[in-house]
Every structure is written in structure tokens, then in C-alpha cells.
Design a protein. Structure first.
Length: 96
């Protein structure tokens, strides 16, 4: 909308590519060039980089992680029973 208005105000030729939807603005003999650029009228936005925080692991964190992996179930040897009754009414049978 801004391109259309500015093109009309400054008497430039506005062409639109229907396939890529790109606007082309070109000067004509009647075009008038503004004294100031639009970008000079509006200050540029300052975008701050998001803060990245690197968290260090303590020896206690490492122990807890290795402890949880030691109890992991691999293969058919582990206990695969339900703790709570399921929707089908199972009271904790071995899953297959």
C-alpha cells in the first residue's frame, strides 16, 4: 500500500510482476525526487541478539544422569508392567 501511495505521490511508474509479485518502480519524465529518503524519516529498529546462557554441570548433575541411565531397560529382560490400571482395565500385567 505504501509503495502505491508513494509511487502516485512522486509520479513514478509502478509495475507489478504477477508471477513473482515483485514491484518495480521507475522514474518518468514527470517524476519528482524527494529531498529526504523515507528511511531517513523513520529510525531503523535495533534488534537485540537473544541472550544465550551456557549452564555448567556440577559433579552432582553428572552422577544423577549416569544413575538414571544405569536403571534403563534394554531388551526383553526389563519389567514392562503397568503401574496404574489402563483404560482397558489392566491391573499391571506384563506388556507384549
Amino acid at each position: 500500500m505504501l509503495v502505491h501511495r508513494c509511487s502516485s505521490f512522486y509520479k513514478t511508474a509502478l509495475e507489478v510482476d504477477p508471477i513473482s509479485k515483485v514491484f518495480y518502480v521507475s522514474l518518468t519524465t514527470e517524476s519528482r525526487i524527494p529531498e529526504r529518503k523515507i528511511s531517513d524519516l523513520v529510525p531503523a529498529e535495533q534488534t537485540a541478539q537473544p541472550a544465550i546462557k551456557i549452564m555448567r554441570r556440577t559433579p552432582l548433575d553428572r552422577k544423577l544422569k549416569s544413575h538414571s541411565q544405569a536403571n534403563s531397560v534394554i531388551g526383553d529382560e526389563g519389567d514392562l508392567s503397568d503401574v496404574e490400571p489402563s483404560e482397558a482395565g489392566s491391573l499391571g500385567g506384563k506388556s507384549t
